[in-house]
Design a protein around this ligand. Structure first.
Ligand code: TRH
Length: 384
């Protein structure tokens, strides 16, 4: 048997967890489902160690979950380039590595994995060549996206089946909540998971929950929105096993969990607030209404992205619930033209069950598209 093709993925942390989180998920899936010899070269391993069990931030080289993980340091050590190279989020490759690629008789397949967007232009840019400016090295863009004309979304082979099995398994759900030190959801409450950026809309939303019709139990991973929670609770910011109650709202802090546990948290909650890219994608797979805190970009470049996602994901939905989701999403992201978030929450809460049904259909439609990792493997196999 010939050895499996080698893949090198290069990842840099720009900020937060998503850059490393996406690269790690891709690396894991390529190794587990495509039997590839995958190395992830990652600059900041500490970020990864927080979301990937078994990763030791002190090691420069290690094996975890089927992947070789190496700290990306400069000067970059001499390395034989792999058969396929992925530049995660266009952070670039080490110069010495690129030079080594150029010396090979047949250069590796080289992909620039871009950020996710639902905007229509992505379908035109996906797969386009991006030749190296100086060296005769072919390279192409790979855009994740929500249609068959893009690179698709990260979706493990058994993800949907695992989700459905977990949802049928009361004991597994109770075990998850017990592990998080949070009571399992009561039938009459709205269980919310909250992952967001520092967000000025959070305090007024907490006020609305406090005084609203629903009993809201909101679960927040440690380190998320700490400043706002600290201020809103007048220093009584919740800690694991020490919830905070006010009116109809209970806030539970939970530990920051591993990626796979985070998936289960999303599957077990009735409403998920997510952010960035990776948690946002995982919330699509949870197949329930979700609210996206989009990564803010200079010159408001994130607004068309948010609108494009809302346009695409609410296609075919009745105008009223679609408008409620749009208004609440825009309010959550700080749009000045949609009125107070408390009012937007009221409309959203009324539309939630319809939005849930639609989210289920949306997730089912997405789940029949080719997944990102398989698309990359197929594209690379033209050359490997
Ligand atoms: O952390 P994020 O905001 O990450 C990013 C980066 O900021 C990046 O620079 C930006 O370009 C990108 O967003 C769009 O949000 P994201 O993408 O959702 O990544 C969070 C990761 O953390 C994801 O892999 C899920 C994981 N996670 C856990 O594993 N456990 C947890 O408890 C939580 C809350 C998240």
């Amino acid at each position: 048997m010939p050895p499996p093709p080698r893949w090198d993925i290069f990842g840099k942390v720009v900020d937060n967890f998503g850059d490393a989180g996406v690269a790690w998920r891709l690396a894991r899936q390529l190794a587990a489902e495509h039997a590839l010899d995958v190395t992830l070269w990652q600059d900041d391993i500490e970020v990864l160690a927080r979301i990937a069990p078994g990763v030791d931030a002190s090691l420069d080289a290690q094996q975890a979950m089927g992947v070789t993980l190496r700290r990306w340091i400069e000067p970059f050590p001499a390395a034989t380039p792999a058969d396929v190279v992925v530049d995660a989020f266009g952070g670039g490759l080490p110069e010495a590595y690129v030079e080594a690629m150029a010396r090979l008789p047949s250069p590796p397949a080289w992909f620039i994995l871009e950020y996710l967007s639902a905007e229509p232009w992505v379908e035109r840019a996906h797969g386009l060549a991006s030749p190296h400016p100086r060296l005769a090295l072919p390279r192409r863009f790979w855009f994740p996206g929500f249609s068959a004309r893009t690179g698709g979304l990260l979706r493990e082979r058994d993800l949907i089946a695992s989700r459905d099995a977990f949802r049928r398994d009361d004991a597994a759900q109770r075990a998850l909540w017990a592990r998080l030190d949070v009571p399992a959801p009561a039938p009459d409450e709205l269980r919310v998971s909250l992952f967001c950026y520092p967000n000025p809309a959070l305090p007024p939303l907490l006020d609305a929950w406090t005084e609203g019709d629903d009993i809201v139990v909101c679960v927040v991973p440690e380190g998320v929105a700490t400043g706002a929670l600290d201020a809103w609770t007048a220093g009584n910011v919740p800690h694991p096993r020490r919830p905070y109650h006010r009116g109809r709202l209970t806030l539970h802090a939970i530990p920051f969990v591993a990626q796979d546990t985070y998936d289960r948290l999303l599957w077990s909650s009735s409403l998920n607030f997510v952010r960035g890219e990776d948690s946002f994608v995982r919330a699509q797979w949870a197949a329930r209404a979700c609210v996206w805190n989009i990564y803010p970009q200079p010159q408001g470049a994130h607004w068309p992205k948010l609108d494009a996602y809302l346009d695409r994901s609410t296609a075919g939905l009745d105008p009223r619930p679609a408008a409620a989701l749009r208004r609440f999403s825009r309010a959550w992201n700080g749009a000045p033209d949609v009125g107070p978030i408390g009012a937007a929450w009221g409309d959203f809460a009324l539309a939630r069950l319809v939005l849930d049904r639609h989210a289920e259909a949306w997730a089912a439609d997405l789940a029949v598209l080719p997944d990102l990792a398989t698309g990359l493997v197929n594209a690379a196999s033209d050359r490997v």
